[in-house]
Every structure is written in C-alpha cells, then in structure tokens.
Design a protein around this ligand. Structure first.
Ligand SMILES: *[C@@H]1O[C@H](CO)[C@@H](O)[C@H](O)[C@H]1NC(C)=O
Ligand SMILES: *[C@@H]1O[C@H](CO)[C@@H](O)[C@H](O)[C@H]1NC(C)=O
Ligand SMILES: *[C@@H]1O[C@H](CO)[C@@H](O)[C@H](O)[C@H]1NC(C)=O
Ligand SMILES: *[C@@H]1O[C@H](CO)[C@@H](O)[C@H](O)[C@H]1NC(C)=O
Ligand SMILES: *[C@@H]1O[C@H](CO)[C@@H](O)[C@H](O)[C@H]1NC(C)=O
Ligand SMILES: *[C@@H]1O[C@H](CO)[C@@H](O)[C@H](O)[C@H]1NC(C)=O
Length: 361
C-alpha cells in the first residue's frame, strides 16, 4: 500500500517536472563589450494554466548574500534589456551595449495563475574586452610581425583591421605600407572593435633627392640653396653633402657640408660640379642621384666700370685729337702772324745772340 503511494507520488513528481521547465539553448555566453547578446530560452507548464507574468533576474551578491534581482529594478540595465519572448513558451532575452559588469548568472521566472516558478538553471554571461596587441610594435621593414587579439571568450573567429581596412594575415613580414593603427573584432560583430594599436615600421631613407632652389645654371656671385629630401622613418637626422669638381676628372669626392640644407652664398666658377646628398637615420643611409651645378662667369662691376671708362676714353680721344689738330695749326699761324708783324724783328736777333753762346760752350 505504502509502496504504491510512493510510486504514485514519484510518478506525479516526474510528470510535474517534465511539464514545468525552463530550457536555455545555451548556458554559456561570451560577448564583447559594447555588443549585444540574445539568451535563447523556452519554458513549459501544464496546458491548463496560463502565464500572467515573466521576468529575468540576475544573481547578485548583496550584503554578502547571493540574491536574484529583477533586471527591471537595476538602474544599470535601464534601456539595455529587452524581453524577446512571450507569455506562451518563448522566454528569450536580449541584452544590449554589454558592460563588463554584466558578467554573471541570469535566471528566468514566470508566474501562472496557479504558481510562480524560477528557473533552476542559469545562463552564464561573460563580457570581455578585446585587446589588440602587436609583437613587436616597432619593426624594421622586413621583420616578422604577429597580431594578437586578447579575449576571454573561447577561440572566437577574429578579424583584423588596419586603419579601418581588413587585414587578411595576422602574421606577416612588415612592409613600409603596413604601418598604421590596428584593431581586432570578432568576425560576427565587425562593428565592435578593440582600441587601436599602432605599428611603426622603420626604414632607412628612400627616394633621396636634391632640390635646388633655382635653375642649375648659375651666375657667379649669386646664391644657391640645395635641400636634401628623403622619405624615412624615423626621419633622416644626419645629412652629408659630397661634391666632385667639374674641372678635375679625378672622381674624388669632397665632403662640402652637413645638414639638410647646403647654402652657397656666393657661387664661384670652382663650385661647378656634381653634388650628392646622403641622408641617414638610425636604420641606414642612402644617397641621392648626382645634381650638376654649372656656374657661369660674370663680369665684375668694377671691370664693367673700368671697361666703360676705357671705351669712353677710346671714343672721346680721337675726337679730342682731331679737334686738337684742327685748333693747333691756327694758333701757330696766329703766332707767326703776330711774330711776323709785331715781334718779327726782335726774334732773329735773339737767335743770333744765342748762337755764339752755344758755340762758345
Ligand atoms: C523567441 O523570440 C525571439 C525573438 O523573436 C526569437 O529570436 C527566438 O527564436 C524565439 N524563440 C523561440 C523558442 O521561439
Ligand atoms: C618570419 O616568418 C617566416 C614565415 O612566416 C619565416 O620563414 C621566417 O623564418 C621568419 N623570420 C624570423 C626572423 O623569425
Ligand atoms: C593612428 O592613431 C594615432 C593616434 O590615435 C593618430 O595620431 C594617427 O593619425 C593614426 N594613424 C592613421 C594612419 O590613422
Ligand atoms: C618613393 O618614390 C616612389 C616613386 O615615386 C613612390 O612610389 C614611393 O611611394 C616613394 N616611397 C616613399 C616611402 O615615399
Ligand atoms: C634661392 O635662395 C636664395 C637665398 O635665399 C635667394 O636669394 C633666391 O631668391 C632663391 N631663389 C629662388 C628661385 O627661390
Ligand atoms: C684626366 O684623365 C686623363 C686620363 O685618366 C689624364 O691623362 C689627364 O691628365 C686628366 N686630366 C686632369 C685635368 O686631371
């Protein structure tokens, strides 16, 4: 008799537990901070009952005691949760804009016209932040680089972005154009990306060139500025200027300066020749192509003045001479006329007086 009763009671219990149930499709969720998650859930109860109320709870430690607290009374969940279920058999819940504090256990509860019932089991949610890291973060072009996306979730499929564009390989040999900001995301949720991490790719100076601030044909005495340009990371910090004379055919180079700018304040003929700039950073160095400077001699202002004066003298002199020639005979004749007319008699006597003196000596 007792045996039968126990059997009956057990059967009844089994029947009840089969009818009363809450089933989670998944009991473990891992989601990225900022994303949203849907707990898929269904529930069951005897057919002759109807559901009056449902609610989701979170397991929380309050004053040292674990309690289930309704999400609707927690301010931190305000506007972030949505019941996607119904009053029949669907009890799905969506949580949005997940925060790390959302990590924890979640429970479903429903009340029929006869009983309120808590889910025995819970859903565990773990909210993780994606942490992008690059090893190493600073490389020389050609070095191997590995991208790592740290997450507490179990091996989600990760995708990488460089400056917003998808990167296909998380391991690669760094090229110059690989420099940039990298972030990772879970493949299903591309919009939630980790904070970016910068990859710095160092390389020795490239595309070294010499910029001349005027045409390479220079007049002696003018000034010229040569500027050394290059692409380098880090930027070139040491420059050397080399010069080969135009006139000596020896290929010897002379170091004629340092610094990005070579300023020749007053060029001379001897400055004609080829110039090369060498740019260097801590990775390496390289040289520009040769730049030819040709200096044309100009006439010095003093010489111009001197030549001018000579030309003037040469032009004026004949005129003066001609003028002088024209004028001189007239004056002689005048004299003769005067001598002849006025003093003509005295002169011959003077000559005659002098002759004996010279003879006497
Ligand atoms: C419950 O409803 C949600 C939202 O409409 C849906 O995504 C989910 O598949 C439904 N679940 C069941 C068990 O019907
Ligand atoms: C870089 O990676 C390649 C293959 O990805 C490998 O063959 C090479 O040995 C690596 N180089 C270094 C310096 O680790
Ligand atoms: C990378 O990020 C830094 C700092 O956030 C920014 O200054 C830089 O412009 C970014 N680089 C690119 C290529 O977007
Ligand atoms: C060097 O010059 C080439 C050709 O003009 C150009 O394609 C390349 O981007 C330059 N390199 C750098 C690092 O600026
Ligand atoms: C070149 O630099 C010199 C010195 O500063 C200046 O006198 C000259 O005008 C510049 N020439 C040009 C074309 O910029
Ligand atoms: C130029 O080179 C040639 C042959 O190498 C040599 O005979 C000549 O003397 C050199 N001239 C000058 C000005 O150095």
């Amino acid at each position: 008799m007792i045996k039968v009763l126990i059997c009956l009671l057990l059967q009844q219990a089994e029947k009840v537990s089969a009818v009363w149930s809450v089933t989670f499709e998944n009991q473990d969720y891992c989601a990225v901070k900022g994303s949203s998650v849907e707990f898929k859930c269904s529930y069951n109860y005897p057919d002759d009952e109807s559901v009056r109320e449902t609610a989701w709870y979170k397991g929380m430690l309050q004053d040292g005691i674990w309690e289930r607290v309704k999400l609707s009374v927690l301010p931190t969940y305000k506007n972030r949760f949505a019941y996607r279920g119904d009053h029949v058999h669907n009890c799905s819940l969506v949580l949005q804009d997940l925060q790390e504090d959302d990590t924890g256990y979640y429970y479903f509860w429903f009340d029929t016209n006869r009983f309120g019932r808590n889910s025995k089991q819970s859903v565990y949610l773990s909210v993780t932040e994606l942490k992008a890291s690059i090893r190493p973060r600073r490389v020389s072009a050609g070095d191997n680089v590995t991208l790592e996306c740290g997450t507490d979730c179990q091996s989600p499929r990760i995708i990488w972005f460089r400056n917003g564009h998808i990167v296909t390989q998380p391991e690669f040999r760094a090229k110059i154009q690989d420099a940039g900001n990298y972030s990772c995301a879970i493949e299903e949720l591309k919009s939630v990306q980790s904070d970016p991490v910068a990859l710095d790719v160092w390389y020795s100076p490239l595309n070294v060139s010499v910029e001349v601030n005027r045409s390479s044909l220079l007049l002696a005495g003018s000034s010229v500025i040569l500027t050394c340009r290059s692409a380098a990371n880090p930027a070139a910090d040491t420059y050397t200027w080399w010069y080969s004379s135009y006139f000596s055919n020896s290929s010897s180079e002379l170091q004629v300066g340092s610094g990005q700018v070579l300023n020749i304040a007053s060029v001379e003929l001897a400055h004609s020749g080829t110039y090369i700039c060498q740019a260097k950073n801590r990775v390496g160095q390289s040289r520009s192509a040769e730049v030819l400077l040709t200096v044309e001699e100009t006439v010095h202002p003093f010489i111009v003045l001197a030549v001018g004066i000579i030309v003037i003298i040469l032009l004026v002199l004949p005129v003066v001479v001609i003028w002088a020639r024209k004028r001189l005979p007239h004056s002689d004749a005048d004299k003769e006329v005067r001598d002849g007319t006025v003093l003509g008699k005295k002169n011959p006597s003077k000559k005659q007086e002098m002759k004996p003196v010279s003879h006497g000596v």
